[in-house]
Every structure is written in structure tokens, then in C-alpha cells.
Design a protein around this ligand. Sequence first.
Ligand code: HMG
Ligand code: MG
Length: 305
Amino acid sequence: MPDRVTIVEVGPRDGLQNESSLVPTATKVQLVERLAATGLRHIEATSFVNPKAVPQLADAAEVMATIDRVDGVTYPVLVPNERGYEGALTAGATSISVFTAASESFTRRNVNATIAESIDRFRPIVDRAASDGIHVRGYVSTAWGCPFEGPIAPAAVHRVVEQLADLGIADVSIGDTIGVAVPGEIEPVMGPLLEFEADLRLALHLHDTRGMAMANTWAGLQLGIDTFDASVAGLGGCPFAPGATGNLATEDLVWMLHRHGIDTGIDLEALVEVARWISSELDRPVGGHVTGPRIWPWQGQPIAD
Ligand code: HMG
Ligand code: MG
């Protein structure tokens, strides 16, 4: 088990991209700034994608221009192609994430390409990023299941990660996009990746659609994985459906980690306040479980000996 975990907060991007009513740019900016004030050091801020595909994030350049950036905090953005890369660069991004998947059908619907074509698009981006000093992360979605194809073989995930590693992408986040994985399925996908020759920094990106994200996180921790993506208030999913179907709620993750004496550098009480605030801004019940009035002790003190 790691004694320190890095959390990549994806609420402003993964969470908000699913909100049906348009969130004001000022609220997005405030969300990113408030998250930074909790001690989060990696906050995925927005996406430079086709605004017709994701209208919610059409204000990406404005968000990036307005955020009051804190030293030591990175604000990665999603980039699907060179056009997106240019937008990100112009907006002053220093860290980008490219994204593909382990399933052809999902990749077609997500980025209008085959998996191979999506990776071909990354090639010039990775080259330019290397000379521009921009950090690149790679996402592999539908690693445990695809909404169109059903279960995905671990070997399909491994093939995609291998191609990302060949491009020189060392930071890779493996996504359970539709929240179908169960704890016993984490090792078959992640174990072989941990044995890869390429020196990968692996992350788990777990959606909580069926309430398994925390159990899957535990399975990942036991393998030694030390980077997890999470979304404040469990943002995401259908705003009209009761209960969060977004990513694992960041505050729940921090609570669990702190209780196990695993450091995150995050102030849980401040994070819970942000979860409450953004839920009220979006006019939805607070996602996550530790936001209720009975949370105690606040910082999730480690289990007593
Ligand atoms: P396409 O239609 O094949 O692209 O879309 P195109 O090159 O033919 O261009 C079509 C139009 O898009 C043109 O505009 C372009 O200018 C414009 P039009 O002539 O129609 O006015 N365009 C762009 N505009 C702004 N920024 C750009 C850009 N590129 C083209 N970068 C494309 C291909 C990838 C662009 C499109 O399918 C797209 O934007 N998809 C968005 C996908 C997306 O954001 N998905 C959600 C994020 S992934 C995710 O959530 C999973 C993750 O969380 C992990 C997990 O959970 O597993 C990361
Ligand atoms: Mg996601």
C-alpha cells in the first residue's frame, strides 16, 4: 500500500461536462480556485474539444484565462487533436490529457475515429508537447466495459497502453467509464500494466455508477497504485437522476485514505465545503457520503492502534 496518494480532481471537466444546464463560466472558475485552496495539486480544468460535441465546456479558453493559478498546482485540460492542442497552448495550459479507449464502438462515438486513428492524432501532439515543455497524460476509457460492446478483455487495454507507452506517454489513467468493474477485476487489468517494461505512472479513473468505485480503489491500492482520479461531490452522470453516477467523490476518497493513514495533502473539511457549495450551485443533492452532518472526525484521523 502506498503511504501517500496523488488525487487528480476531475470535477470541473468530467463532472461538469455531464451537466445539462449551462454552468456560468464564473462558477467554473470559482470551482477550480476553491478546489486548489483545499490542497489539491492536480485539477483537470476543462476540455479543448469541439464545442458542438460538449457545449458545456465551450468556454475552455475563458476558464483557463480567468483562473487565478496557484504555484505548484497543475491544471490539465483534455485535448483530442492538434486543433485542441493549439487552443490549450494559447490558453497557457502546461499539462494536457489525450484520450482514447479500449473499445472501438466507444471511440467512434466519443472522438469519431478508430482507436488506431485516435492514437495517430496523438503523435504530433506528443512531439510538439515535448518541445513545448508540456506534460502529457493518456486516458484509456472503457477498460472494464463498453456501453455498446459489453465486457472488454484486459488484453485489449494492454494493447492500447502499449501504444501510448511507445509514443512516450508515461502517465496513463485507466478508466472504468461506465462503472461496471468489480474489485476482483482490477488486478487482471492493472497487474500486467504494473509489470510493463516501460516505466508507467498508472492511475485509476473510476466512475461510481454501481457503487463499486471505492471497493475498486481499495483493490488498486493493494496493488500499490498511488494515483486516483476523483470528482468533488461525485459530480457527473444525469443531473435529473437521483444519486451520483459520476466519478468516485473526492471527499469520500480522502476520508478513506486519511483513515488508513495515507497522506493526500488535502484538507477534508475544506473539500466538504466545496462539495456542498458546488452542489447548491448546480441545484442538486450533495453527492458523496461524507458530506452529511455526522462526519466525524473531520480530517478522517487514522484508525487507532
Ligand atoms: P470530428 O467531427 O471528427 O472532427 O470530431 P473534425 O475534425 O471533422 O471537425 C468537426 C468540427 O469540429 C469542425 O467545426 C472543427 O473545426 C471542430 P465545424 O466546421 O463543424 O464548425 N473541431 C474543434 N473545435 C474546437 N476544438 C477542437 C476541435 N476539433 C475539431 N479541438 C472530435 C472529432 C474529437 C473533435 C470530436 O469528436 C470531439 O470534440 N469529441 C469530444 C469528445 C469528448 O470530449 N468526450 C468526453 C471526454 S472523454 C471522457 O469523458 C472519458 C474520461 O473521463 C475517462 C473515462 O471516464 O473513461 C477521460
Ligand atoms: Mg471519466
